[in-house]
Design a protein around this ligand. Structure first.
Ligand SMILES: [Cu+2]
Length: 207
């Protein structure tokens, strides 16, 4: 029997709904690879690599060797790993912290558009003015009942940003859209029977 591919919860529910609604941004037959699917694939590779290391250690466990030789080899290995780690940290910091200093949240620019997004079982309400390309937007995200995940996806269903929608608390999510189009807001946290129904569109107008 040929293997059948069971679609993931999000992909199955969200894409099926957008497709059945004849959504113009999701074309039939060409389903984009989602960020979470890429992360899942990378996780699988890393898990396989870790399993290989465990098997390698287990296979060599019965081998006997001189304690001093083993110790010296382990120290050399440790020094090598240490400098590799230092190099990774330096390179990662240099390439990811270029946006510093982050903008001051306490003094929002006057041009910022504020939208209030409220999650409730099982719908999103987004109130505020129009979103325009290039203009900073602040989403004030909250919930009326349980925790929801507020996820913004671009027209090709790649995740753009996300935060938690929590009852009694407002999370601020700041974002500047670079391309116009119909974005989607989906719930990212299972919140009950109709969790998959928690979808709404967000139109970003050209400048
Ligand atoms: Cu949900």
């Amino acid at each position: 029997m040929p293997p059948t591919r069971t679609p993931g919860c999000f992909r199955g529910e969200a894409l099926a709904r957008l497709l059945s609604a004849g959504h113009p941004t999701v074309s039939q037959g060409k389903i984009p690879m989602l960020l979470q699917e890429k992360v899942w694939l990378i996780s699988l590779v890393l898990i396989a690599a870790m399993a290989a290391v465990f098997l390698w250690v287990a296979a060599g466990a019965a081998r006997q060797a001189d304690a001093e030789t083993v110790q010296q080899r382990a120290y050399r290995l440790r020094t090598g790993w240490f400098w590799l780690l230092v190099a990774i940290i330096v390179i990662a910091s240099a390439t990811t912290l270029t946006a510093l200093p982050y903008p001051d949240h306490a003094s929002p620019p006057a041009s910022r558009v504020v939208l209030r997004a409220t999650g409730a079982q099982w719908a999103w309400t987004v109130e505020g003015s129009d979103i325009v390309v290039g203009r900073p937007v602040e989403f004030q995200v909250t919930s009326t009942d349980v925790n929801h995940g507020f996820g913004i996806y671009d027209p090709s269903l790649e995740m753009v940003a996300q935060t938690q929608a929590m009852p009694g608390y407002t999370n601020r999510l700041q974002l500047t859209f670079a391309t116009p189009g119909t974005y989607h807001i989906l719930c990212l946290e299972y919140c009950g029977l109709a969790h998959h129904e928690m979808m709404t569109d967000l139109v970003v107008k050209p400048n």
